[in-house]
Ligand binder design. Structure first.
Ligand code: ATP
Ligand code: MG
Length: 422
């Protein structure tokens, strides 16, 4: 027997009934994002590997463990995108969007790829809805608040209940450098009490020690997080973000442990979790990443501001436990043409093409069978009208049009049927 080839581990097929759910979610996402002034951008699903290496930082989990590099014959190295921000920033810079518009508000919907150990809510190909607001001199606490408000608005629109928003501030780039050395100093005598991974974090990205789940790291860190030396300016900025959120009636919790996995964040970072998703409970996360703009070659003379977030579609669907509509309850067709004999199929085919040509949806029976089984097909197709081509109709160059709801029937000449059905 021939061995079947299965879908790759950590990926899945989205079958037609479920696609209806996705389409609904995507169209809600587009509508809400547009109502906040964001416009869609579509970038390639793979990019130069260097783009991700440079933007995500050498200490991030994605760079260390999760990049899916493409095998190519040439020397250039390409990688399937693990997230959307790097690509959007690359495109923003490459297409000089900064000289075309003051503030670019962009959103994307699409697949992302990470070489993770697959489990519930953790896939190798998954999908994100993400937004980025980027512009020269576009650092405003109200943009941070807007991004957060938009993410919550989307989740509400999707019907995700029981979600929790956690926010934190990492401070400016200078603050981050200052906090890093402060943390190293404070932890210096306790390094041996840190877990193995935090040993290396201590060296390379001490911030990440703050969100370690390990008990003994937690204890050490808990004593420190309250006193992180954030500058006055950064504190004021963070307070303005909080004020804007409160004003908009958005509940949040300040989470001093939240640092996010990627090196590029500064100032506001946030994460949204939901109940009932087990250990993969984050449905979305984001933050301010203004510094990344220069990292990827943005104009040195411009002081860019940038903030964004991404929501995971699979986890959202798990959280809403959305059920696809039952088979056969799809949109249905306007007309189903039934050829009673295979010899009548050329005429049936001509008719469906004419109907489709004027914008109606139409289908036909491609195989023969009894009148009963043919009418069954019309029923299954959820047709509004069955258009019957029998011996009598062929002789008189007519069709019998049956209204499937009222069961009334009428005989109509071939030349008039398209106009009448329309
Ligand atoms: P996690 O902590 O669960 O690994 P993350 O910090 O790696 O998440 P982000 O890079 O911030 O996640 O991506 C934003 C969102 O994308 C996540 O909150 C999640 O909903 C979704 N997501 C990330 N990785 C996966 C994955 N492997 N499978 C499914 N969804 C994912
Ligand atoms: Mg992850």
């Amino acid at each position: 027997m021939i061995r079947k080839i299965a879908v790759p581990r950590g990926t899945s097929d989205i079958l037609p009934d479920t696609v209806l759910l996705w389409e609904e979610l995507e169209s809600k996402a587009r509508k809400v994002c547009q109502s906040y002034g964001y416009r869609e951008i579509r970038t390639p699903i793979y990019e130069a590997t260097a783009l991700f290496k440079r933007s995500l930082g050498s200490t991030s989990d994605i760079i260390n463990k999760q990049l899916l590099e493409l095998k190519t014959s040439g020397e250039d190295s390409y990688t399937l995108r693990p997230e959307g921000t790097a690509s959007v920033v690359r495109s923003y810079i490459e297409n000089s969007l900064d000289s075309r518009e003051g503030l670019s508000k962009l959103f994307y919907i699409g697949p992302m790829f990470r070489g993770e150990r697959p489990q519930k809510g953790r896939l190798r190909q998954f999908h994100q809805i993400g937004v980025e607001a980027i512009g020269p001199n576009s650092t405003s606490p109200y943009l941070d608040a807007e991004a957060i408000a938009l993410s919550i608005h989307l989740l509400r629109e999707f019907g995700v209940k029981g979600h929790h928003l956690k926010i934190n501030s990492l401070g400016s780039k200078d603050d981050k450098a200052h906090i890093s050395s402060w943390l190293r100093e404070k932890l210096a005598s306790r390094v041996n009490d840190l877990c193995k991974e935090c040993h290396s974090r201590y060296e390379h990205n001490v911030f990440r020690v703050l969100d370690c789940k390990n008990e003994s790291c937690r204890r050490l860190v808990d004593a420190l997080v309250k006193d992180l030396p954030l500058s006055g300016t950064s504190q004021t900025y963070f307070q303005q973000v909080q004020g804007a959120l409160k004003g908009a009636g958005i509940d949040f919790e300040i989470a001093p442990h939240l640092v996010r996995g990627l090196d590029y964040y500064t100032h506001t970072v946030f994460e949204i979790t939901t109940d009932g998703l087990g250990s993969q409970d984050a449905v979305g996360a984001g933050g301010r990443y203004s510094g990344l703009m220069h990292e990827l070659g943005g104009n040195e003379k411009i002081d860019y501001g940038a903030i964004g977030f991404a929501l995971g579609i699979e986890r959202i669907l798990l959280a809403t436990s959305a059920v696809p509509p039952m088979v056969g309850q799809g949109a249905g067709v306007d007309a189903f043409v039934v050829a009673m004999d295979e010899a009548y199929q050329p005429q049936a085919f001509l008719l469906v093409q004419q109907l489709r040509g004027v914008g109606l949806s139409a289908d036909m029976n491609y195989t023969g069978g009894s009148i009963k089984s043919q009418m069954n097909k019309a029923n299954k197709a959820n047709a509004r009208f069955a258009v019957i081509l029998g011996e009598e109709e062929m002789k008189t160059k007519t069709v019998s049009v049956k209204n499937m709801q009222t069961s009334t029937q009428e005989q109509i000449p071939w030349g008039q049927v398209v106009e009448r059905l329309k």
